[in-house]
Design a binder for this molecule. Structure first.
Ligand code: ZN
Ligand code: MN
Length: 489
């Protein structure tokens, strides 16, 4: 594997990345142009279908008004200009995932008007605010889901499930304002938080948020990477592609304009086909659907019901809970994390303490496990119960760290874990005295040293902690050791 960290030189390489994000409106119960259920996950293949989403001749689509509601909401959140009159277009292509041989989508040329144009998403990169411009946002139908036997390039057949065909998608296209794989990841994190705060889509659902990326180096040809099925994979795919293109350039070869497929299992991109030009899609207006008129009244009605967005929530967290702005930024970058934090604040008075644990140990544990807070089993009450145990002096900070990682992986309450693993702090002097005696016997040299050197006392304390797995009360331990040393004189 290539060492991506070392070999990407962002300035010299002039990396330009644009993203095309497809977000399923999972808040909808039905598909974009028919009444079939859009809740296809875990359902038997090809059971949630009708003549419309199967593209049978003579069937007629009808636009789902709720889908437009959600799209308006997202457009408002991104400061995108909503088109007063928007139309649907046919994007023609011949492929197994699209039974009609065209996708009902939108188009921004030849008289086509997408749902909204422009907009901005800002997010923090190393303490400075980065802004990425949105080019446009449109509504379109999801194609069928394809399954391969093994990898896409070696599979002897393809299975098609039309349950997903016709599910409402929001397509968001950015300008190529992103300059590194890390920025791409941070951008998507912010976008996801916005979408989840709006209640439009649940990013935890497999495949609900997908991403294609185009990337060029040193103003060379653009390569498009398809099939990045989760936001977590984006950074990896982009890092791989930067290295591939750099190696081509270094060898004096040129980068071809093409579409490549991200193979998440093998962690590499493979050439799919040289890119279709737009004219290959033969876009033309969808004659079976009327244009959608979006009145100012409709927009204002949606605006009046807008939920709190991550940036507003961040400001409120600082004001209401008194946590530092940095903490608030990190926490509101994930809706699940922000919900977790806020619920903890309802259960425990010291918000800064909560935030400290979230920002350090909780985040580190989740990262080690490669999961998000929503996938972990820990409950807000578990964290606040743990904080109370520390406050009461029943557990040490060291034990609390151990406890937290166990709460995350098991979902058990701190009380249960403490009981099971016997983790309560030892505050009983007689009990600690016994252990100190043992340590004095085992480490006579350290005892001699400690008589002259107060720093060596710490070594003895450390040994007591070792023997008790950090459970001995440090104050009592210290006091006992000093007392016994004094008696030795
Ligand atoms: Zn249908
Ligand atoms: Mn699309």
């Amino acid at each position: 594997m290539v060492n991506t960290q070392r070999s990407i030189n962002l300035e010299k390489d002039q990396v330009k990345i644009g993203l095309e994000i497809h977000i399923q409106i999972t808040a909808l119960k039905t598909k974009l142009f028919c009444g079939c259920s859009s809740d296809y996950r875990g359902k038997e293949a090809n059971t949630l279908v009708c003549p419309v989403c199967l593209g049978l001749p003579g069937s007629l689509p009808v636009t789902n008004k709720r889908a437009i509601d959600f799209a308006i909401m997202v457009a408002l959140a991104l400061n995108s200009t909503i088109s007063p009159r928007t139309t649907f277009y046919r994007k023609n292509y011949f492929y197994v995932d699209m039974p009609k041989n065209f996708q009902i989508s939108q188009y921004d040329k030849a008289g086509g008007v997408p749902l909204s144009i422009g907009g901005i998403i800002s997010f923090e990169v190393n303490g400075t605010v980065k802004k990425v411009r949105i080019k446009r946002m449109q509504l379109e139908e999801d194609p069928a889901r394809l399954s391969y036997y093994g990898t896409i390039d070696s599979s002897p057949y393809t299975l098609v499930d039309f349950n997903r065909a016709g599910v409402a998608l929001l397509e968001i296209v950015t300008e190529p304002d992103i300059n590194s794989p890390d920025e791409a990841r941070l951008f998507l994190q912010k976008l996801r938080s916005i979408i989840e705060h709006l209640g439009v889509s649940n990013g935890d659902l497999q495949g609900s948020m997908r991403c294609d990326a185009n990337i060029s180096l040193q103003d060379g040809k653009r390569v498009e990477i398809k099939n990045i099925t989760s936001f977590l994979e984006v950074k990896r795919a982009l890092q791989y592609e930067i290295i591939r293109q750099k190696q081509l350039i270094r060898r004096g070869s040129t980068v071809k304009q093409e579409t490549r497929h991200w193979d998440a299992d093998r962690r590499l991109t493979i050439s799919l086909r040289t890119k279709e030009t737009e004219s290959d899609y033969r876009y033309f207006p969808e004659p079976d659907l009327v244009p959608v008129e979006i009145s100012q009244t409709w927009i204002e009605e949606i605006r009046s019901k807008m939920p709190e967005l991550p940036d507003e929530r961040k400001i409120r967290f600082v004001k209401e809970y008194g946590i530092p702005e940095y903490d608030a930024t990190v926490i509101t970058n994930s809706k699940a994390l922000a919900d977790f934090f806020e619920e903890c604040c309802h259960l425990y008075p010291d918000a800064k303490k909560i935030s400290n644990w979230i920002m350090t140990d909780l985040t580190r544990n989740l990262k080690d496990l490669g999961i998000e807070i929503s996938e972990s089993k820990i409950k807000p009450k578990h964290l606040t119960d743990m904080l109370r145990l520390i406050d009461k002096g029943e557990i040490s900070g060291k034990i609390a760290k151990e406890l937290l990682s166990k709460m995350i992986s098991t979902g058990d309450s701190p009380q249960t874990i403490i009981k099971r693993e016997n983790l309560l702090k030892i505050g009983d002097e007689a009990q600690i005295k016994k252990i100190v005696d043992e340590v004095f016997k085992e480490f006579p040299k350290a005892v001699q040293d400690a008589k002259k050197d107060p720093n060596a006392v710490n070594y003895l304390v450390g040994q007591v902690m070792n023997k008790t797995r950090g459970k001995a009360d440090p104050e009592i331990t210290n006091k006992l050791i000093r007392k016994m040393l004094a008696e030795l004189e």
